[in-house]
Design a protein around this ligand. Structure first.
Ligand code: UTP
Length: 275
């Protein structure tokens, strides 16, 4: 049985929906309360058993590497001032997993970003997690449990409202939840279901070859197109993920994620009520 130990997280995009802040601050590091979004994603992935994480970065995203590297001067200061709890918390970040960084020089799509990680992925199958989608829950564990049962590619799904479907890749599934059809950003009347793809996947090594061979008409290389091709020759399963989801790639979704996290944190919720 194939075991999955590696996750690829593409974080190289321009973040145009989150400009101007994304001009100089990686949107993937924006805070959910006091933790960067990306740290929350990494902690969830690691809790699911992943030990190696490959970030696909671009120039201007150096802060991501910094966040997951040791910070000797800061650690020295925290030790000297006796802030042991904070010191431990900061030291833990760089020890969460084996972190690797590859660069995407031209932003030619999420699939092109994933391709840049090929030399770092040695497992037969690997997890892909987009760096700007947050689900409060255990989405990686849920995907892995389907993979362990089926030994086949798995795509994370959630039901969305008809008016929202045109922001997503949408799928049709059979009674066994094998995906029959992928439609990118359909109009509500053209959507094959209300099941949207939510930026979390388990894919086989062969996805790299498909990505290489099939750029879309726009010249972008997109994972959804490669999955549609993969599904012609082998089963690709959908898994409806539980847990509240937020698109943190734009201000409204990111803010909503913060409100959700604030309400779940008794101290912050109390402090907010006072204001
Ligand atoms: P998005 O489409 O949400 O990110 O891609 P984007 O391109 O940064 O966003 P907009 O549309 O311009 O606002 C999902 C994930 O894939 C990464 C992004 O960083 C994000 O985490 N991505 C996207 C890349 O790494 N490279 C790309 O060429 C495109």
């Amino acid at each position: 049985m194939s075991k999955i130990s590696t996750a690829v997280i593409p974080v190289a995009g321009f973040g145009t929906r989150f400009l101007p802040v994304a001009k100089s601050v990686p949107k993937e590091l924006l805070p959910i309360l006091d933790r960067p979004l990306l740290q929350i994603l990494v902690e969830e992935i690691v809790a699911a058993g992943i030990t190696k994480i490959v970030f696909v970065v671009s120039s201007g995203k150096e802060a991501i590497r910094n966040h997951f590297s040791p910070a000797p001067a800061l650690e020295k200061k925290l030790a000297a001032s006796g802030q042991q709890k904070l010191l431990t918390e900061i030291q833990k970040i760089s020890q969460l997993a084996d972190f690797e960084f590859v660069e995407q020089v031209e932003m030619l799509g999420d699939g092109h970003a994933i391709l840049q990680a090929q030399t770092k992925v040695t497992d037969d199958n690997f997890l892909v997690v987009f760096g700007d989608e947050l689900i409060f829950g255990e989405p990686s564990k849920e995907l892995l449990s389907v993979f362990n049962a089926k030994q086949s590619a798995v795509v994370g799904l959630q039901k969305v409202a008809p008016t929202e479907l045109e922001n997503f890749g949408v799928v049709a599934v059979d009674s066994d939840f094998a995906i029959q059809k992928f439609v990118e950003k359909p109009k509500p009347e053209e959507a094959p279901s209300d099941l949207a793809i939510v930026g979390k996947y388990i894919v086989p090594q062969k996805i790299f070859n498909i990505l290489k061979q099939h750029p879309s008409a726009s010249g972008e290389i997109r994972l959804i197109d490669a999955l549609a091709i993969l599904a012609q020759t082998e089963k690709v399963f959908g898994k409806v993920l539980t847990g509240k989801r937020f698109d943190c790639g734009q201000a409204a979704g990111w803010l909503a994620a913060n409100f959700f996290a604030a309400e779940a944190d008794p101290q912050i919720a109390k402090a907010l009520k006072k204001n």
